[in-house]
Ligand binder design. Structure first.
Ligand code: HAM
Length: 419
């Protein structure tokens, strides 16, 4: 039986990869302009990093991690997200001793055992950016501005920025208690999972998609009514900076995010062109994460963009296929060596050149050149070659010219670069 890929794991084929490269290159360019550097993290970490970092009572840790025991009996996990690993790397390499402020980004696949559907996969790519070591709300605005700038630069439209504040260690426990009291009066409406969440982590009830739970959520107390003075001040400043930058946002007091490390600012960018999985990006501040994973008291803020969702929103007219600049159509056995030599020279000069390996008829070679959308075709063979000439055809204008075999490479380079 033919072996197929695992459910929820996708191949990215050559005809779509141009979009991925475009998105990745734009991210690198913009993030580096904002002072971020790449930090590459491993695919696998100790399970404890995620269970402590993301939180035991989250869906990710409870039921979505790819966890296994290695040959030495260690419990390891394929990273379900990047933030905890980035924070671990910052601590492990004492990056703070050089400069307490670190701005880092990472692009790579994440793994979650979720039910696959459009926009939700078990291996998916994220573009992740984090700032460690700054508690000033100015940086909250700065990362949001960078995110929006990037999304605009790649051509996304009709996006909505939603923000919320989730409070801190001081004020959130009070909110949690209020929530517990509220949902305790609604237990008959809550699904089995939410009844459990009510005991372990009542904030997670907000993420539930079950209709009766959604009804129960409708009148629940809002976190923003319970913020302590410092959190309120922080949130007001973030909003002020965003307004200063001319960014419009929607306050969404129901947005709690699916990871437990968040404190204060939380945000998502949603697109109404995406269907049910409508979050293109999400992030927020996590001032306790470093301590949760056994480190120093260091604040942090960041976001991650879902690449599959982002790419599905790119304008359709954008094609990123790299077509050949020159297609060599060589006729007859005796021209093969010449064609091969020319092809190699063109590649060494950085020109996208192709040839036909089958030595077929001119007609079928022209058909292939057309299919590949080649810009020019060089015909080697026939009477012209006997006269020391080759024929260069411009595929767009359909004009042809004879060019001498001596000095062929220079003329080709000149013609190709002229277009
Ligand atoms: P997250 O909200 O879990 O946050 O994921 C961020 C984005 O990744 C989502 O908005 C979505 O676009 C994409 N995504 C998540 N799960 C899937 C999936 N199963 N299939 C396809 N796309 C998916 C985090 O991961 C945080 N680490 C973000 C962060 C960074 N917060 C602070 N710094």
């Amino acid at each position: 039986m033919e072996i197929k890929a695992i459910r929820g794991f996708n191949d990215l084929l050559p005809d779509e990869i141009g979009k991925w490269h475009f998105v990745e290159e734009t991210a690198r360019q913009i993030f580096e302009e904002f002072g971020f550097s790449e930090l590459r993290i491993p695919v696998i970490e100790k399970t404890e990093l995620f269970s402590r970092g993301i939180g035991e009572a989250t869906d990710i840790v409870e039921k979505e991690m790819y966890t296994f025991t290695d040959r030495s009996g260690n419990s390891l996990t394929l990273r379900p997200e990047a933030t905890a690993s980035m924070a671990r790397a910052y601590l492990e390499h004492q990056m703070y001793s050089f400069d307490p402020v670190a701005k880092v980004y990472f692009i790579g696949p994440m793994f979650r055992y979720e039910r696959p559907q459009k926009g939700r996969y078990r291996q998916f790519y994220q573009i992740d950016a984090e700032v460690f070591g700054v508690s000033n709300p100015m940086v909250d605005a700065e990362v949001i501005v960078m995110l929006i700038q990037f999304l605009k630069k790649v051509g996304l439209e009709n996006l909505e920025l939603q923000i919320n504040s989730l409070g801190c260690r001081e004020c959130r426990p009070r909110y949690r208690e209020e929530l517990k009291k509220y949902f305790a009066t609604k237990t008959f409406q809550l699904c089995e999972d939410c009844q459990r969440r009510l005991q372990t982590n009542p904030l997670r009830i907000f993420d539930c998609k079950v209709e009766t739970c959604k009804d129960a959520i409708a009148d629940a107390p809002q976190v923003t009514d319970f913020l302590c003075q410092d959190c309120q001040k922080h949130f007001d400043k973030v909003k002020g900076y965003l307004q200063e930058m001319g960014l419009t946002y929607l306050l969404n007091p129901r947005m709690v995010r699916g990871l437990d490390y968040y404190t204060r600012t939380a945000f998502e960018v949603v697109s109404y062109n995406l269907g049910s999985q409508n979050a293109v990006a999400g992030g927020g501040r996590y001032d306790n994460l470093f301590q949760e994973i056994g480190g120093l008291d260091i604040p942090g803020i960041g976001f991650a963009i879902g690449m599959e969702r982002l790419i599905s929103l790119l304008p359709a007219e954008k094609t990123f296929l790299q077509n050949p600049q020159l297609f060599i159509a060589a006729l007859g056995e005796e021209t093969q060596m010449q064609a091969y030599r020319l092809l190699s020279q063109l590649h060494l000069q950085g020109i996208r050149a192709e040839l036909d390996y089958e030595g077929k008829s001119l007609k079928s070679q022209m058909r292939r050149a057309n299919k590949l959308n080649a810009q020019h075709v060089l015909i080697l063979g026939g009477d012209e070659l006997k006269r020391g000439k080759a024929v260069l055809r411009d595929m767009a204008s359909k004009s042809q010219e004879e060019i001498p075999m001596g000095g062929l490479l220079d003329i080709l380079k000149e013609r190709i670069n002229r277009d």
